[in-house]
Design a protein around this ligand. Structure first.
Ligand SMILES: Cc1cc2nc3c(=O)[nH]c(=O)nc-3n(C[C@H](O)[C@H](O)[C@H](O)COP(=O)(O)OP(=O)(O)OC[C@H]3O[C@@H](n4cnc5c(N)ncnc54)[C@H](O)[C@@H]3O)c2cc1C
Length: 306
């Protein structure tokens, strides 16, 4: 991991920096590159525009590690309202949640109830609930809650991070459920004991996991989503899917504002693509992770100063 990436990821957990950044106009300008706006309406508007161009979307309200049950309940209510709005506007959109935003640190039982309520609502309204994966200390709880939600029915998927050493085992354990899995490389600051540190190794593990998911998808035993902007990786995945009879059995998800031209090129090549749209005022930690993924992005922040 580069020093710049490591510093940016450490900075992402600074409350003081978050307060400084949120107040500054230049920072708000820079953030707009990755989000259509802070409020839900901006996200719904962008979702409509993308739908017109043949792209689905996934909406997520920014926020994590809430500290009270009331905050978590408000987040659940917010998402219940979002799912209603998606139906009313006929938007081909899903929602994605972070369990610590739904109160995982405050009370596990309440968090499970919130997830079950959202999964049921998404199923009812023809949407889909995605569960993000956060730092490694949350992986066990996240996978247990995912299993609990799947026991109630389909319509819910979970993210797995290719950089974690444990992920091949987690995938083995999940496959009997015929799971919906969004495979990503991983965005947090993890130690070498827990996560692969070299990009080359993460990429290799990503492809190995992708192959396992595609082979399961070929016989209807998994619904894979590849959450990556790595176009070379996506080309390898496409080739494998064709060779193994899994073409058309996966989706590609990318973040709003990143590789927009490639998103459209994939749609033209008949790949199902969704764009993950983030919104909300708690963007600091999330934005720092986007800078860490490509430290060259820091130049956009500097340019926004002027
Ligand atoms: C839909 C989606 C959901 C995600 N959910 C989670 C999650 O729940 N948990 C989690 O830990 N991580 C999540 N991530 C983030 C993920 O772990 C990676 O940090 C992120 O996707 C960057 O890795 P990459 O796969 O795009 O590949 P990389 O090899 O890092 O990047 C490939 C190329 O994409 C471009 N690129 C990548 N990131 C950026 C950026 N920020 N700005 C500009 N260009 C960029 C660059 O051109 C780069 O060369 C998610 C990512 C996506 C797309």
């Amino acid at each position: 991991m580069s020093i710049a990436r490591s510093l940016l990821l450490r900075a992402s957990r600074s409350e003081w920096l978050a307060q400084q950044f949120r107040r500054r106009q230049f920072a708000r300008r820079a953030v707009r590159r990755f989000m259509p706006g802070e409020d839900l309406d901006a996200a719904l508007g962008a979702s409509g525009e993308l739908a017109a161009a043949g792209l689905g979307t996934v909406l997520t309200q920014l926020g994590e590690q809430v500290r009270s049950g009331a905050e978590a309940q408000a987040v659940r209510d917010h998402y219940l309202g979002v799912i209603d709005q998606l139906r009313e506007r006929f938007l081909p959109a899903h929602v994605s949640v972070k369990l610590t935003h739904l109160g995982l640190d405050v009370g596990r039982d309440a968090c499970v109830r919130h997830v079950l309520a959202l999964a049921a609502k998404a199923r009812e309204e023809g949407s889909f609930l995605w569960i993000d994966m956060e730092e490694s200390r949350y992986v066990d709880a996240t996978l247990q809650i995912y299993r609990r939600a799947r026991a109630e029915g389909a319509g819910v998927g979970v993210c797995l991070q290719a950089y974690l050493r444990r992920t091949p085992h987690d995938l083995t354990a999940l496959l009997p459920l015929a799971p919906a899995i969004r495979l990503v490389k991983g965005a947090y600051n993890e130690s070498g004991e827990i996560a692969l540190r070299r990009k080359k190794d993460v990429d290799a593990q990503y492809f190995t996991l992708a192959v396992r998911l595609l082979d399961a998808a070929a016989t209807g035993r998994a619904t894979p989503v590849f959450g990556t902007h790595d176009v070379r990786m996506l080309e390898r995945i496409r080739e494998w899917s064709v060779a193994r009879g899994a073409a058309g059995r996966y989706e590609v998800h990318m973040l709003y504002g990143i590789r927009a031209a490639e998103q459209r090129a994939l749609v033209a090549a008949e790949v199902k693509v969704r764009v993950l749209i983030s919104y909300g005022s708690h963007w600091f930690a999330w934005y720092m992770r986007r800078l860490a993924e490509r430290p060259a992005n820091v130049w956009f922040v500097i340019r926004s100063l002027f």
